[in-house]
Ligand binder design. Sequence first.
Ligand code: NAD
Length: 500
Amino acid sequence: MSDAATLYDWQQRARQLDFRNQAFIDGKFVAAASGKTFDCINPADGTVLTAVAECGEEDVNRAVTAARKAFERGEWRDMAPRARKLVMLRFADLIDSHSDEIALLESLDVGKPIRDSTVIDAPGAARCIRWYAEAIDKIYDEIAPTPEGTLGMITREPVGVVACIVPWNFPILMAAWKIGPALAAGNSVILKPSEKSPLSALRVAELAAAAGIPDGVFNVVPGFGAVAGKALARHLDVDCLAFTGSTLTGRQIMKDAAETNLKRVWMELGGKTPNIVFADCPDMDAAAQAAAFGIFFNQGEMCTAGSRLLIEASIQEAFLGRVMHLADAMFPGAPLDPVTRMGAIVDTAQLDRVLGYIAAGQAEGARLRLGGERVLTDSGGYFIAPTVFDQVDNSMKIAQEEIFGPVLSVMTFTTPEEALQIANASPYGLAAAAWTGNLRKAHQLARGLRAGSVWINCFDEGDITVPFGGYKQSGNGRDKSLHAIDKYVEVKSTWMNFSL
Ligand code: NAD
């Protein structure tokens, strides 16, 4: 659609959508073996979009069998990297040429603003697939410096059948971060999207097949975590499981893997990002914009959400005033309206969870400065006003636990040491940010912050070329960049003896 598309245009387009709502196994759309379906709800108005196949253990078994057979056949695994690259480039091109449709599916399914899904989710997924496609015929293996008369070869081989379990906040983008490197490395993949957001994955599966990815190499099993997800986590023929989701689920998946076949598990989990603003911040406007964007973008449903704002005491009120002014402008609206900057919360469970945290913040004595309630109830949708608490203590629930909603917890500090201590006093370590014009302080913080991504005088910077992942209970391994490929390959050491 053109840049000038209106709410009406998007609504018209939504009415014409033909949802893919069956599982995609071995190159075909199929109903769940049980015949069961679950409703896919539009969080903007509470209506049912479509009923989607509810995969169970039998469907997971079918998908794993198809993936294993495809892997053993070797047509994808053994394809020359440059040929695999061409198929994946076609796949990326097809995502690009269906970008508006995929963006619309995301906005309908999870309530995110169309202005974001059209520029971030769909194009980001295509860019990711393209980047790994282009990488795969440029990665060389190694020869070790072994003694004369021997050859020590270090080669990478695809790990085999890879299950990818992903969340709903960026459904196709989070999937792309996993299927991009996993497919590029020659694996067979089974993707389980969240039960809250299955639509884009199913449409993209069809595009993968159209691009020439062989049957069985890429499968999608929509269904519930406790059934379809668990069946993948416990499956004896899944070699590797790449997970993005909550720390609680990650812990369960690790247990399931440990109790079964010790499949390799990679975890991209929750976060509680501290965003530290010093009085010597070089650009207060930019820092305030970043603080508001950092927590209210994507309705706060961000693993990197800057949910803990640490302000130096001397500038607390002035800086918070700027942030609240910007927050007011992010009042939610219809996700398909191109002017909307904050959309709907994904479902009623998440709505109740966020409202529960707001109640906990008040009960624990934090001061509610903005929002704090459900709004736009007449729409039938699930909207929460941008919410700001100050006078928060880092030991409170709203400072320690991931809310995954538009709720900001504001704290103060007086020294860099105190800021660092508060920032690191968290079970999470996904990301952290600091704003200061003092180079020495910036460097000390960058070194001291226990987080996988540190942003100095910026927030939520990212690029497919740069790894992304967490310290502590935010996970292990890294998505994005060439480092991600390590998750989907085995490293083989081959010794050759030439002295006989
Ligand atoms: P979730 O853990 O509830 O679900 C994630 C996925 O796991 C879904 O597909 C779900 O169906 C599945 N699942 C649930 N229980 C399962 C089980 N027992 N076995 C196997 N699979 C199971 O998380 P969510 O609510 O979908 O997503 C929000 C979470 O994701 C937040 O914690 C957020 O921080 C995290 N997240 C992390 C990153 C990152 O890169 N670190 C990115 C995005 C989101």
